[in-house]
Design a protein around this ligand. Structure first.
Ligand code: PMP
Length: 388
C-alpha cells in the first residue's frame, strides 16, 4: 500500500510529478544557456498566467510575505496614504508592512469574521481621502473569504489609487484578469495554485505601478526588495542576457517554468472553471455533512479553499483521525475563532478524485469522534456536482 498522505492544506499543495522532477534535477549554473532560456520563458509565461500582457514580472527567492514587502517597499514613500480592504489575517499583515515603510494606513474592515467590506464602504473611504494605493487580499487564507477584486479594482482606478492585490492564495486558481480589471500589481508565492514548492515570491507590476516606482523622490528603504536592483535582472533574463544581483533559486525556477507550462496548457479559463467546480463539489459535501462554513454567504467564498466550522461536539482532534485516514488538513488560523474551525485547500493540480478522497477521509474522521451523520452523505453530494 502507498504510504503517503494527501496534502490538502491551503499551501504548500500537492505538486505534479513533472514539477517535482525539476526540483530533483542536477542544479545548473544560473548563467548556463539552458537556464537563461528557462528563466526568460518563465517570465514570459507569468505575464500570461496573470493575464497582464503589459506587466513586468519579478521572480525573487522568498515567500509570499517577501512579495508583499517588495510591493510596499517600492510603491510607498513615507507619508503616503494607503487603504487596506481588510478581510482578515493577511490584510492585517499588509497593513503592518505598509506602515513599516512609512505609509499612513486606513483600514476598511469586514463587519464580521467571514464577511468582506461592502463596495459602498470602500468607495466612501476612497472618496474621503486621496490614497496613493489600496490593497485587497483576493482570498483571505485564514477565513476563505474571497474579495470582489474586479469591483474593488474598478473603484481604485476611479479614485486614482494604485490597486495592489495579494493573490497568494488565489493566482492561477481564482479568476483574476490583471490587465482587464485594472490591477496595478498582483503578487503570489510559488507554493499555492501556481504549483511549485515554497521559495519563490512572484510579482507582476503594471505600467502605473512601475511609473510610481520610477517617480519616487527617495530611495527604496529595503536593499533586498529594491526594484532598482531587480528590474535589470528580470529585463536581462527575459532578453536572454543573464545579469547578477542575488543568485536565483535555480531549481525552483526550472520547476516554475514547468508548472507555468502546465497551467497554460490547461488554459486559464478552463483552469478557473475547474477550480470553481471542484470547490462547489467540496462545499456541497461540507454542507451535506451538516457543517457551516466561515464565509457568511456563497458570494463571499473563495474557490481555492474551504473554511468550515467543526460541528457541535467536535474539535480539532478530528483532524488527527482524518490524517490517519490519509488526508492532511489545516487547523484554524484566525485568532478569534482558531479552535472552532478547520481549512481545506483545493487548488493547483487538484483532481476530482482528490476531492472524493478528502471527503471520504473527513467522513471517517467524523465517525471516529462520534459525530452522527448519514454515512456517505458528503460523498454523494460531491458526486452529484462532479458527475458529468
Ligand atoms: N497572503 C496570503 C493571502 C497568504 O495566504 C499567505 C500565506 N498563507 C501570505 C500572504 C504569506 O505568504 P508566505 O507564507 O508564503 O510568506
Amino acid at each position: 500500500m502507498k504510504n503517503r498522505k494527501l496534502l490538502m492544506i491551503p499551501g504548500p499543495i500537492e505538486f505534479t510529478p513533472e514539477v517535482l522532477r525539476a526540483m530533483g534535477m542536477a542544479t545548473t549554473s544560473h548563467v548556463a544557456p539552458n537556464f537563461i532560456e528557462v528563466f526568460g520563458q518563465a517570465l514570459e509565461r507569468l505575464r500570461q498566467v496573470f493575464l497582464c500582457p503589459s506587466g513586468q514580472p519579478f521572480v525573487i527567492a522568498g515567500s509570499g510575505t517577501l512579495a508583499m514587502d517588495t510591493a510596499a517597499a517600492n510603491l510607498i514613500e513615507p507619508g503616503d496614504k494607503a487603504l487596506v480592504v481588510n478581510t482578515g489575517y493577511f490584510s492585517d499583515r499588509f497593513a503592518a508592512i505598509l506602515e513599516r515603510y512609512g505609509a499612513t494606513v486606513t483600514q476598511v474592515r469586514a463587519p464580521a469574521i467571514g464577511d468582506a467590506p461592502a463596495l459602498e464602504e470602500v468607495e466612501a473611504a476612497l472618496k474621503g481621502d486621496g490614497y496613493k494605493l489600496m490593497t485587497v487580499t483576493h482570498v483571505d487564507t485564514s477565513t476563505a473569504v474571497g474579495a470582489d477584486v474586479k469591483g474593488l479594482a474598478a473603484l481604485g482606478r476611479e479614485y486614482g489609487a494604485l490597486v495592489v492585490v495579494d493573490g497568494v492564495c488565489a493566482v492561477a486558481g481564482e479568476e483574476m484578469r490583471q490587465e482587464e480589471w485594472g490591477i496595478d500589481l498582483a503578487l503570489t508565492a510559488s507554493q499555492k495554485a501556481i504549483g511549485v514548492p515554497p521559495g519563490l515570491a512572484l510579482v507582476v507590476a503594471g505600467p502605473r505601478a512601475l511609473d510610481a516606482f520610477h517617480n519616487r523622490q527617495i530611495p527604496v528603504g529595503s536593499y533586498c526588495s529594491d526594484w532598482t536592483k531587480w528590474l535589470p535582472i528580470m529585463e536581462g533574463y527575459e532578453s536572454r542576457q543573464p545579469r547578477y544581483f542575488g543568485t536565483p533559486a535555480v531549481n525552483l525556477i526550472w520547476a516554475l517554468n514547468v508548472s507555468l507550462g502546465q497551467i497554460l496548457d490547461e488554459g486559464m479559463d478552463a483552469r478557473f472553471a475547474r477550480h470553481r467546480r471542484l470547490s462547489e463539489a467540496f462545499k456541497a459535501a461540507i454542507t451535506a455533512l451538516g457543517m457551516k462554513q466561515v464565509p457568511v454567504a456563497p458570494d463571499k467564498t473563495a474557490t481555492t479553499l474551504t473554511a468550515s466550522y467543526y460541528p457541535d461536539g467536535v474539535d480539532r482532534t478530528v483532524l488527527g483521525y482524518i490524517k490517519e485516514a490519509g488526508v492532511i488538513l489545516a487547523g484554524g488560523l484566525h485568532p478569534d475563532i482558531k479552535t472552532r474551525y478547520f481549512r481545506i485547500g483545493h487548488m493547483g493540480a487538484v483532481s476530482p478524485s482528490d476531492i472524493l478522497a478528502t471527503v471520504g477521509a473527513i467522513e471517517q474522521g467524523l465517525a471516529q469522534v462520534g459525530y452522527e451523520f448519514e454515512a456517505g452523505a458528503g460523498l454523494a453530494a460531491a458526486q452529484a456536482v462532479l458527475r458529468p
